[in-house]
Design a binder for this molecule. Structure first.
Ligand SMILES: C[S@@+](CC[C@H](N)C(=O)[O-])C[C@H]1O[C@@H](n2cnc3c(N)ncnc32)[C@H](O)[C@@H]1O
Length: 271
């Protein structure tokens, strides 16, 4: 190992200590949110929906008053459409953990179109009933790593994972650790119901956010800043939090480094 370089073990120790010292900052943020008050009384600059089009998932859900049951928080539909509409009409491979009464699998099929391939995972054998020519069901426990190994042997890659299963933090963490690295570039991982006792999953995700901000800055010609991407940064594009919902987007192509070039000829002398 080159002098001055930390081994992966000491990197992990340093990252852990850094995260641990952030506890007071986290408490400060919780205090800020608890005492929230806004000074922006003006009307919003824009009123339109995030994607600029009506939300077909919301429409489908509202119109679905009979048949196979779907159980979603209403406000999830905005986030789904924001992050998933790029896959509509494509040959997209989606896996939902938590089949329950089969209605959400039907909704995904309708939303993504005839080319999509759907996988459902549930611990209840009765859910096998929802398998058909475009839907494959795996029966197993999402907290069991051996179960995921078997799934990955049968499903070579995925574009979307939606975790709407048992909603316990240990289940959500095992599923994410096993299945996030199984997403193709550009893929999207969604974990539902991270509120309440599942805040521990949200805390885990804040460790991922921490890792997304890791940096090793060097200066190059023309004062350009560069920071080599870690393997995690090369693969993970962004992490989004909504009430009760976490969304992780993968990069479309691996990122080698982040650069901050300076453009322009007129500069203040103070930096
Ligand atoms: C909230 S329901 C899913 C709702 C469905 N996705 C929908 O939108 O209508 C949760 C499902 O997760 C399943 N489940 C619970 N614990 C599980 C586990 N450990 N592994 C896999 N599935 C589990 C339950 O059997 C149940 O069918």
């Amino acid at each position: 190992m080159a002098k001055g370089k930390l081994s992966p073990f000491w990197h992990a120790v340093a990252a852990y200590l850094q995260a641990w010292t952030r506890t007071p900052t986290l408490a400060g943020a919780v205090r800020m949110a608890a005492g929230w008050s806004s000074s922006a009384t003006a009307r919003p600059a824009v009123q339109s929906s995030v994607t600029g089009s009506p939300n077909p998932l919301q429409k489908y859900f509202e119109a679905h008053v009979e048949g196979r049951g779907i159980w979603k928080w209403n406000h999830y539909f905005e986030a789904y459409h924001r992050h998933l509409n790029k896959f509509v009409g494509r040959e997209v491979h989606i896996l939902e953990i938590g089949v329950y009464s089969g209605g959400s699998l039907e909704m995904w099929k309708q939303y993504f179109g005839p080319q999509c391939k759907i996988y459902g995972v549930d611990i209840e054998p009765a859910c096998q009933a929802y398998a058909d020519e475009s839907v494959r069901i795996f029966i197993g426990d999402q907290a069991d790593r051996d179960f995921w190994k078997r799934v990955k042997q049968e499903v070579p890659f995925l574009d979307i994972v939606i975790d709407d299963g048992g909603h316990k933090p240990h289940q959500q963490i095992v599923s994410l650790e096993e299945m996030l690295p199984h997403l193709r570039p550009g893929g999207v991982y969604i974990c539902e119901d991270v509120q309440g006792s599942s805040q521990r999953f949200a805390d885990y995700v804040s460790g991922l956010v921490h890792s997304l901000n890791a940096t090793s800055i060097s200066k190059r010609v023309g004062a350009e800043l560069a920071s080599a991407a870690t393997p995690f940064q090369a693969a993970v594009h962004s992490i989004h939090s909504y009430p009760f919902l976490t969304v992780i987007e993968m990069t479309g192509a691996p990122v080698g480094e982040f650069v901050a070039p300076k453009h322009g000829t007129q500069w203040q002398p103070f930096l």
